[in-house]
Ligand binder design. Structure first.
Ligand SMILES: C[S@@+](CC[C@H](N)C(=O)[O-])C[C@H]1O[C@@H](n2cnc3c(N)ncnc32)[C@H](O)[C@@H]1O
Length: 366
């Protein structure tokens, strides 16, 4: 197999998919660097499919986005007092890597606490070597954010699981859903090429249980199984759709840390404020939104009422339970305020216990 970039046209344009990918990285790292940097002493950003660093009309690629996020961070000096930050950019195509090196060089001299390393070759082979070295020396990986951005749908689930287990590691994976779904639906018998590829992706044959009727049902099942196989407690994803509603890609964030889950949800709400957790290819990313769409909070209201019907809840308890939903604490606060103003709930000021009102004035429609 050749090392050459299989899809050089990728670099000729820059659409909503790239923009959202990069916005999420920028927003997430903006919070992640200082958060981990205060205690870890060293943090690591890895771009497994780093690319050229720049698109044809000047938009920056993910390695430059990640590095710029750190260099332009308002707390960078405080961060550097406590931590160093290492970047590893892996790229298989030598011409792409040369261009990336030139882009990085153009950034100029880096602060002492920032180390950038580019590496030629196959990302998965390189990362397997790193995992094996860590294992044989009994060491952990520094807290890491690993961005996996291949063109194709084949990602090695077992290796990703080993990386997750190697330390406080978070993964951000571009899952090429349309092709993955097609492969799953073939349901080939074991031993066949596609079945073996799926066994690799899911780190086992759990994918055979995916039986949803609709693509969305299969997607939810697949994401849950992938996350489980990779060993992530929390998964959060945004769908990228083409044309109508067909999903082309998923950007999937995996973490074992509740803070990471909470923060990625906030980042996704920022890029998709209507709450659909979806980005459409036809959206014009160059036009700023004149009106930020308001999410429909009715399902959250129903979620809350269903809980309170069972028993009163403390505020913190509701916040904790909300983590596995897509809603944010700020949405919950909005609903609580509305229900309280409408006398549908009672909030005990001293204990912060929230209960359904014994005497609701009327049912609000929100
Ligand atoms: C989707 S592009 C990466 C885009 C980049 N992450 C960004 O957001 O700017 C995929 C890149 O991965 C490279 N590539 C493909 N297979 C690879 C592999 N196994 N290991 C490392 N790089 C690979 C390709 O040459 C291409 O440059």
């Amino acid at each position: 197999m050749t090392d050459a970039d299989q899809n050089p046209d990728y670099w000729q344009e820059y659409g909503p998919f790239q923009k959202v990918k990069h916005d999420l990285i920028r927003n997430y790292l903006g919070g992640w660097f200082p958060k981990l940097g205060t205690w870890a002493g060293r943090v690591l950003y890895v771009d497994t499919h780093a690319g050229r660093g720049r698109h044809r009309f000047g938009e920056t690629g993910s390695p430059v986005v990640a590095l710029d996020t750190l260099l332009g961070h308002s707390h960078r000096n405080e961060l550097f007092r406590k931590s160093e930050v290492r970047f590893l950019f892996i790229e298989r195509d030598p011409a792409n890597l040369n261009r990336l090196d030139a882009e990085l060089k153009a950034i100029g001299e880096l602060p002492d606490r920032v180390h950038v390393h580019t590496s030629a070759g196959d990302a998965y082979a390189l990362l397997s070597g790193i995992v094996n070295d860590l294992r044989s020396s009994g060491q952990h990986m520094a807290p890491a954010f690993i961005f996996v951005d291949p063109y194709g749908f084949k990602v090695p689930g077992k290796l990703l699981a080993q990386l997750m287990a190697a330390g406080r590691v978070e993964l951000f994976v571009n899952v090429i859903w349309r092709e993955l779904d097609m492969a799953i639906r073939q349901k080939q018998p074991s031993g066949h090429g596609m079945a073996a590829a799926l066994d690799d992706i899911f780190a086992g044959d759990s994918w055979r249980a995916i039986d949803g009727e609709t693509a969305n049902e299969r997607m939810d099942q697949a994401v849950e199984l992938l996350s489980k196989g990779i060993g992530a407690k929390w998964y959060t994803y945004i769908r990228m759709t083409t044309g109508g509603s067909a999903v082309r890609y998923l950007l999937l964030h995996l973490t074992n840390h509740p803070e990471g889950r909470k923060f990625m949800k906030e980042c996704i709400w920022k890029v998709a404020p209507d709450g659909g957790f979806e980005v459409r290819q036809r959206d014009d990313h160059r036009q700023p939104l004149l009106i930020t769409p308001e999410p429909d909070l009715t399902p959250l209201r129903d979620w809350l009422i269903a809980r309170l019907r069972k028993r009163p809840h403390a505020r913190q308890e509701l916040d904790d339970e909300l983590r596995s939903e897509l809603w944010l604490p700020t949405h919950l606060r909005t609903i609580l305020k509305r229900l309280h103003a409408n006398h549908e709930i009672e909030i005990d000021d001293s204990s912060e216990q929230i209960s359904l009102s014994r005497n609701p004035r009327q049912l609000s429609l929100l």
